[in-house]
Every structure is written in structure tokens, then in C-alpha cells.
Design a protein around this ligand. Structure first.
Ligand SMILES: NC(=O)c1ccc[n+]([C@@H]2O[C@H](COP(=O)([O-])OP(=O)(O)OC[C@H]3O[C@@H](n4cnc5c(N)ncnc54)[C@H](OP(=O)(O)O)[C@@H]3O)[C@@H](O)[C@H]2O)c1
Length: 342
């Protein structure tokens, strides 16, 4: 499997590290021989049709700030589009920065990959939140697979649990804590009785929150995940504009104290049933969803299996990269089944 990797930040580098570490087991146990034939960052690309030396790419990028400085294989100024058009590969892994206003550069990267006959694995929520129904159609039209396990729950197999393990059952409702940063802030506010601003500052000091925390605290990040789950698991053709979104900026320690008197707490819950929403919601402290710190938790309510809750870390470079590897294996299995006409 020849792979073009676009985006060589925390997730992209995590993926190359996992592939270096697990290469022999992946070949032996799954018959998958992944070969990274190009890596692209903002300043250019490194390309080698025979497969890049991943250790060397890492060292070059560390020393020179771009993969394009790779000796002989470096292409300074090469764009993701030009690389996808020129380099033969089966799969494009999209791990560029998220933009929920335009979806770019991920949206164009995914469309170009489809047009050039490549399957796509993305960890970038932006293009999916804005255009998942259209992208699914485009993938089908071009007869390629689109996978995105790392976009919800990081390494925790949230999408797979619902899609594969509950296959055949009818999903009635999904509710979850889909953002670790806001869950950390709410946990701090409830347990340490600090204000929203103090808890946010502590999250920023620990590296859980960005300098501009609005994607998290205004509920946009969990709303993207609601869109992805609604489309993938419940077959609802939603985009971000269909989600009613309320963040956690208005919450006070007093509100959390009042909830505590009733044996409850307040969590930022993303949900989808007839409607899709993200809003601060009072839930029982005994609800399996009531996890603390940066943990994520999602409850699936299906017609026959009832309620199932999955809990996990939700993000992290290596965790998310491990979801990319699962998606690559899923594509490999699907292609093998097709060859066998299963
Ligand atoms: N980190 C996590 O825990 C996590 C978890 C789940 C999902 N995600 C998602 O996964 C994606 C990658 O995350 P990350 O943490 O790896 O981000 P990151 O460290 O900021 O890396 C982003 C990478 O994308 C590259 N890039 C951005 N714009 C580009 C363009 N126009 N052309 C070519 N390359 C471009 C950057 O290039 P330069 O290096 O040259 O700047 C960088 O290598 C994001 O969409 C993120 O939301 C991340």
C-alpha cells in the first residue's frame, strides 16, 4: 500500500513513528506493507516512489524545519495537489490543520485524492463537518474509501464500536462528552470551585487548551464530532450548520454547586437523535457518561442492545495516529474482500 501523507505535525509524525515501530508485525499479522511514498508540509514535499526513509525524514524535518530539505527527494514549494497528481499511491492520509470555516486545505486535498483514484484516511474534522454528505457521495462516485476514525475519540474506537459492533441494530440516540479540554475545565470548576477563567488558564498551562480556545469552549469541536457521528452511524445527512451549539463560557461555579446539591453535575454534552445539539447539560454523577478530567465518553442507545458507553482519552498524537493505522487496515481488508468477491 503506497501512501501519500499530507500534514507532518503531531499526528503525521506519530503515524510515521508507529509505522517504523510496528512495520514487521503489520506485515506479518495483517499482510499490510505500508510504504510512505510522499510527505507534504507547508513548505514542500519529500517524494520517493520506492518509499521514504522515515527516520531520515524525521531528522531532516527536525534540523531544517521542512520535509522538502530531504536530500535528492526534497521538492521545495511542491503543493499537496501537485504531489497527488504526480505521485502514484493507493491512499492519501490527510493530517493538516483544521479549519471549520472553509474546510481548507483538507477539503481540496480530499477531493483531489478522490479524483486521482486514491482512498482517503483523514484525521481532519473541518472538511467532514462542512461537507461529509457530499464527500461520501464523491467517494462512492470515484469508487474509493473515505475513513476518519481518528476524528472522534482520537485512538478510542468510538466510531468503530457503533458502526461495527452494533451493526444491524437501530441507533436511536447518541450522547457524549466529545471534548477533553472542556471536560477538564468543568471538572476543575466542580471539584476545585474555581471560575471558568481560572480553569481555562490552568488548561492552557497544562497544554490542554489552545491560546485561542474557542473551538473547544464555544462547542465547535464537539459539534464537528456530532456531525461525523450523525452521518456515519445514523446515516443523517447533516453538516455543521444543522447543529444547535452552545459552549461553556456562561457557566459559573454557583451553577455547578446547585447541580451538585441534586447529586448531579454539568457536562458539555453533544447529542444526536431527532435533533443535533451541543450544550451544557445537567447529568447524574452516577451516569456512566460522567467522566472527569480530559476523558471523553459516548453512550450509544440502540433499539435492541440498549445503552453502551465507551470511555477513553479522546485525543493525542500517537492515539490518533493509531486510529489512522486501523483505517488503513480497514481499507486493506475491504480491498481484499473485493478481490475475493465477498
Ligand atoms: N493532535 C491531536 O491529538 C489530534 C487528535 C484528533 C484529530 N486531530 C486533527 O488532525 C489534524 C492534524 O493535527 P496535528 O495535531 O498533527 O496538527 P499540527 O501538529 O498542527 O500539524 C499540521 C500539519 O499540517 C501541515 N499543513 C497545514 N497546512 C498545510 C498546507 N496548506 N499544505 C501542506 N501542509 C499543511 C503543517 O505543515 P507545517 O509543519 O509546515 O506547518 C503541519 O505539518 C488536525 O486537523 C487536527 O485537528 C489532531
Amino acid at each position: 500500500m503506497r501512501i501519500i501523507l499530507i500534514g507532518y505535525g503531531i499526528v503525521g509524525q506519530g503515524l510515521t513513528q508507529i509505522l517504523m515501530r510496528r512495520r514487521h508485525e503489520v506485515i506479518r499479522d495483517f499482510g499490510l506493507n505500508p510504504k510512505i511514498v510522499a510527505i507534504v508540509d507547508r513548505r514542500g514535499a519529500a517524494v520517493n516512489a520506492k518509499g521514504l526513509d522515515l527516520e531520515k525524514v524525521f531528522l531532516v524535518r527536525k534540523a531544517k524545519g521542512t520535509v522538502a530539505a530531504y536530500p535528492e527527494c526534497g521538492r521545495l514549494g511542491a503543493s499537496p495537489t501537485s504531489v497527488m497528481e504526480l505521485v502514484e499511491a493507493e491512499v492519501m492520509v490527510e493530517a493538516t490543520s483544521t479549519n471549520v470555516k472553509t474546510g481548507e486545505p483538507g477539503l481540496s486535498n480530499i477531493k483531489t485524492a478522490f479524483k486521482t483514484g486514491k482512498h482517503v484516511v483523514t484525521t481532519n474534522k473541518g472538511p467532514l463537518a462542512l461537507a461529509l454528505p457530499a464527500l461520501t457521495e464523491l467517494a462512492n462516485y470515484n469508487k474509493v474509501y473515505l475513513r476518519f476514525s481518528g476524528t472522534v475519540g482520537g485512538g478510542t474506537p468510538v466510531l468503530e464500536l457503533a458502526k461495527k459492533c452494533l451493526e444491524g441494530d437501530k441507533m436511536l440516540r447518541i450522547r457524549g462528552i466529545l471534548n477533553g479540554t472542556t471536560n477538564y475545565i468543568l471538572t476543575q470548576m466542580a471539584e476545585e470551585r474555581v471560575t471558568f477563567e481560572q480553569a481555562l488558564e490552568s488548561a492552557q498551562k497544562l497544554g490542554y487548551a489552545e491560546t485561542d480556545p474557542s473551538m473547544d469552549v464555544d462547542g465547535i469541536d464537539p459539534a464537528c464530532k456530532v456531525v461525523i457521528m450523525a452521518n456515519w452511524i445514523m446515516n443523517k445527512k447533516l453538516t455543521l450548520k444543522d447543529v444547535s451549539i452552545q459552549g461553556i463560557r456562561g457557566l459559573t461555579p454557583g451553577m455547578l454547586e446547585e447541580a451538585a446539591k441534586r447529586g448531579n453535575t454539568i457536562k458539555l454534552i453533544g447529542s444526536v437523535d431527532d435533533k443535533a445539539a451541543v450544550k451544557p447539560t445537567e447529568i447524574s454523577k452516577h451516569d456512566p457518561l460522567c467522566v472527569s478530567g480530559v476523558l471523553n465518553a459516548v453512550t450509544f442507545e440502540s433499539e435492541f442492545a440498549g445503552a453502551e458507553t465507551i470511555i477513553g482519552r479522546g485525543a493525542g498524537g500517537m492515539e490518533t495516529a493509531s486510529a489512522v493505522l486501523r483505517d488503513l487496515l480497514d481499507i486493506k481488508h475491504n480491498l481484499s474482500d473485493k478481490l475475493l468477491n465477498l
